[in-house]
Ligand binder design. Sequence first.
Ligand SMILES: [Zn+2]
Length: 94
Amino acid sequence: MPYLIIAFSFALAGGIVGKIKGSSFWIWFIISGVLPVLGLLAAILYRSERNEVRRQCPGCGKIVPLYDALCTRCGTELEFPEVAIEPESAALRR
Ligand SMILES: [Zn+2]
């Protein structure tokens, strides 16, 4: 029984962390509940896509994360850009 309480606490914490990072509460709730310690760590370390700096592919115009070396749509090799597009989360705040 105590295990269930611990698992539930982790699940709740993981869900809240996931939610703060712009992800789904329930996904992280389940992950953290199944893998109490690892799930919560994963939620904390999870990089929110919406807070990622992005740039536009010169080949097809697709918006890709800054750290991508190849465009996922057309396969153009991407140089490190001079201009980055602000994260979606920053754009949404306006
Ligand atoms: Zn492209």
